[in-house]
Design a protein around this ligand. Structure first.
Ligand SMILES: Cc1ncc(COP(=O)(O)O)c(C=O)c1O
Length: 451
């Protein structure tokens, strides 16, 4: 097995950084200007963590291709980290937006289209009642509140190194000894998450039972497959145990499908017959226009109604003036009806299998101690020899320098991978040629390191 020469890696990284500067003068200039008005020179601070030493300023995007202000063209495998999984500006969504925008954008009143969306969500996800938010973060926050309210329990449970958006209760991890702690760099938490949250490793049934048996956990908030610390599949029987134990101890099960919607039109839960009490999802639902939803069972709805005082519903901690606005509903209807269809998944998943096989073939060729994992139209390669069982194992394998090099190498050759991990999403707009091009430059990057 080849070993990685760190000094060579640092030298190569420097070369790529020079190339990046050379090919992005206009982005650099805009970044200098942006720094005078935007904190960190970016609209959101995490954007300074892209692989280059400054962000690429985008110009135009359509389908899976975009150009930057310097005239460079890219194949986009990041696709807005699922926000643009549909491909950028899908025609049907754009048409609906153009039509709706002439007829009002936000009114605080429902339009008839919202009923179509509710019925479609019922059909896809199998839950009877739905509410709207603008981000998946908010959908998760609202559902945690409802679950705590109706379960009359104070705590929630999450998995080590989960990510569900900037939801306060979820910024908790296990340290190396397995002791829960506030996640490193948890910024100004309103309350230490040790008070609100239990955290255990994914795929650990015994820890789950211990945590739930105290009967103080209102809800488990779970991605059905972990995606934000690499793709971590549930072990056989894990979901059955999760459902049985949550029922046994009176804990609600919330499945967050925001990323696992990559599995199929009804998410992972529909494909695998999971039966959550609540389901949350955001990001691609409206083709990239802010929109999120949460659904729940009849039983949860009844329990909620019993405790709900509608007179205080606008100031009770669940809200959003723009939630369910006409524009995002029109975009959601068009996207669900015409874009995120069965056909979408058939095409995208076949292409993703080809992408994954391409990466796998290079790993084999160079006998690398790396793996590649796929979930629907999403895949991810990882610098460790075996799939991680849980978030703790996955976190321990992060190699920031190598990550940065692989990202910058591909970016400099016109391929955008999802930042912070080596994830690629495929839309039906992706072509076999795009996939083959990725395989080629992935191989070139590996060759530069190990050749
Ligand atoms: C599983 C999951 N849930 C929720 C969110 C939050 O989405 P948003 O940032 O759009 O609120 C994310 C974001 O990456 C996510 O990965």
């Amino acid at each position: 097995m080849p070993s990685l020469d760190r000094s060579k890696l640092m030298q190569l990284l420097l070369q790529e950084e020079h190339l990046f500067h050379k090919n992005h003068p206009k982005s650099f200039e805009l970044y200098q200007r942006a720094r005078k008005s935007l904190h960190g020179g970016v609209p959101m601070l995490w954007m300074i963590r892209w692989a280059g030493s400054f962000p690429v300023f985008a110009k135009e995007a359509k389908g899976v291709h975009f150009t930057d202000v310097d005239g460079n063209s890219y194949i986009d495998f990041c696709l807005g980290d699922t926000g643009a999984m549909t491909g950028h500006s899908p025609d049907a969504t754009v048409r609906a937006i153009n039509e709706q925008i002439q007829k009002g954008i936000t009114l605080m009143l429902p339009y008839e289209d919202v009923i179509w969306v509710g019925e479609e969500l019922q059909r896809r996800f199998g839950l009877p009642f739905w509410q709207f938010a603008l981000t998946a973060t908010d959908a998760n926050r609202f559902v945690l509140r409802i679950a705590r309210m109706i379960a009359e329990r104070p705590k929630v449970l999450v998995f080590n190194y989960c990510y569900h958006g900037s939801v306060d209760e979820t910024f908790i991890t296990l340290d190396e000894e397995g002791t829960p702690m506030s996640r490193t760099n948890n910024m100004g938490p309103q309350i230490d998450p040790l008070y609100t949250t239990k955290v255990i490793e994914f795929n650990d049934v015994a820890a789950l039972e211990t945590a739930l048996s105290a009967r103080d956990v209102a809800a488990v908030l779970a991605e059905p497959v972990m995606t934000n610390i690499g793709i971590i599949h549930p072990e056989p029987g894990y979901h059955q145990a999760l459902r049985e134990l949550t029922r046994k101890y009176g804990t609600y099960l919330i499945i967050d499908e925001t990323h696992t919607i990559c599995t199929g039109p009804g998410g992972y839960a529909a494909v695998h017959g999971l039966k959550p009490d609540f389901l949350t999802i955001g990001k691609p639902l409206a083709g990239g226009v802010p929109a999120a939803v949460y659904g729940f069972t009849e039983e949860a709805a009844e329990a909620f109604n019993e405790k709900l005082d509608v007179d205080d519903a606008d100031v009770g901690g669940i809200g959003g003036t723009l939630a369910g606005n006409a524009l995002s509903i029109a975009a959601m209807k068009a996207t669900l009806e015409n874009v995120l269809t069965d056909e979408f998944y058939k095409t995208a998943i076949v292409l993703q299998e080809s992408f994954t096989a391409g990466v796998e073939s290079v790993i084999q060729e160079y006998q690398l101690p790396w793996i590649v994992k796929r979930l629907g139209n999403r895949s991810e390669y990882w610098f460790r020899p075996r799939p991680p069982r849980n978030g703790g194992e996955a976190f321990a394998a992060i190699d920031h320098e190598l990550d940065r090099y692989m990202h910058l190498f591909t970016l400099n050759r016109g391929v955008l991978m999802t930042p912070f991990h080596n994830m690629a999403l495929i839309s039906p707009d992706t072509t076999q040629e795009d996939v083959d091009y990725h395989t080629k430059i992935f191989r070139d990057a590996v060759q530069s390191l190990f050749g």
